[in-house]
Design a protein around this ligand. Structure first.
Ligand code: NAP
Length: 326
């Protein structure tokens, strides 16, 4: 048994683990088998993380965060959590392998997952022209015509990045103004390879084996038209990853885990949440990291309120786990 388990390995998870480790709590962080490092692993240049005036590439930033958390005693498992039991003083976390880990405090930093358009052929053509990740798949679209759906920072970032490869990048947005920050808008407007398709919704993705085009509906007139393209990148936001906690933790109207005020405390004692999974609004790497700090400090405080015998048995179990792993 551990004192604290952190689930998730984005900026919130690694920062929570860093603080918990520096508080000598020897945290176990469960990082996911395929999505370790979180959303920044799919990002190119991060220009707004303080301390990096020249910018930093997303995966490099996450590598640094991981190493910093490990340096102070965080143990990391690259596995997926399949179930949690959060009731009682001792929480149980079950992994895909069937292995179970227990802890007195759990921090959820599970982030968010790419939102889908909800179209019939979206999944069928995924990996065959439909993608959610420009940095992963952009390379396959050299000299092609592609489109990005969305009007936020992600869509602008993806569209700009994709012009490195594609000859033409449409940005299909359902309104006539963007949600993206001014600097990202300006960059996209200044890019000759990007053409905006305003007030348009994708109503079908066309193609048998691969994407050959999309059908658009004008959001004002309802008029439909086809657009020929070979790739469709969907960048319409994210939904908090809360499937593990349904029925155990209270959620907000936005679907995020509900926490008390500015704290990370959920409705269950000993269970804390941080990062995008609690934040429908700001969703920045920096705010996620800050929220991970809050969770670690809240968990640390909570642990001091527990009976001494529980804490001693957690510490003893963790050190015997470590000894047997050595
Ligand atoms: P977002 O800001 O929520 O934007 C989502 C966009 O997709 C909006 O323009 C929205 O349209 C559109 N959309 C949503 N659902 C749709 C649907 N079903 N069909 C068509 N369009 C749909 O999401 P995001 O761009 O992923 O950004 C998330 C957060 O990360 C933001 O806080 C952003 O600032 C941050 N971020 C920052 C950077 C950076 O600073 N470099 C890069 C990426 C992301 P409406 O506008 O009409 O709602």
């Amino acid at each position: 048994m551990r004192q604290i388990i952190v689930i998730g390995s984005g900026p919130a998870g690694y920062t929570a683990a860093l603080y918990a480790a520096r508080a000598d709590l020897n945290p176990l962080l469960i990082a996911s088998s395929v999505e370790a490092g979180g959303e920044l692993m799919n990002t190119t240049e991060v220009e707004n993380f303080p301390g990096f005036p020249e910018g930093v590439v997303g995966p490099d930033l996450m590598d640094k965060m991981q190493r910093q958390a490990e340096k102070f005693g965080t143990d990391i498992l690259f596995e997926d959590v399949t179930a949690v039991d959060l009731s009682g003083d001792v929480k149980t976390v079950t992994l895909g392998s069937g292995e179970q880990h227990q802890a007195l405090a759990v921090v959820f930093a599970t982030g968010s997952a790419y939102r889908k358009l909800g179209l019939a052929d979206e999944d069928r053509l995924s990996g065959r022209g439909v993608s959610w990740c420009a940095t992963c798949d952009g390379f396959f679209f050299r000299q092609r015509t592609i489109a990005v759906v969305g009007g936020g920072d992600s869509a602008m970032e993806e569209a700009n990045f994709l012009t490195r490869f594609a000859d033409k990048v449409y940005v299909i947005h359902r309104r006539d103004s963007l949600r993206a920050s001014k600097i990202m808008q300006d960059r996209a407007f200044a890019n000759d390879k990007i053409e905006f398709v305003w007030n348009a919704e994708v109503v079908s993705i066309n193609g048998d084996d691969r994407v050959t085009g999309v059908t658009l509906a004008d959001t004002l007139t309802g008029e439909r038209r086809d657009l020929e393209l070979q790739g469709l990148f969907i960048a319409i936001g994210n939904d908090p990853r809360v499937h593990l906690v349904h029925g155990q933790l209270d959620l907000t109207e936005d679907g995020t885990i509900a926490v008390a005020g500015r704290s990370s405390r959920t409705n269950l004692a000993g269970v804390f949440a941080a990062g995008d999974v609690v934040d429908p609004t700001y969703r920045q790497a920096v705010t996620a990291a800050a929220s991970g700090t809050v969770a670690a400090l809240d968990a640390e405080h909570y642990l001091t309120t527990l009976p001494k015998n529980l804490l001693e048995s957690a510490a003893a179990a963790a050190s015997s786990e470590l000894a047997s792993a050595a």
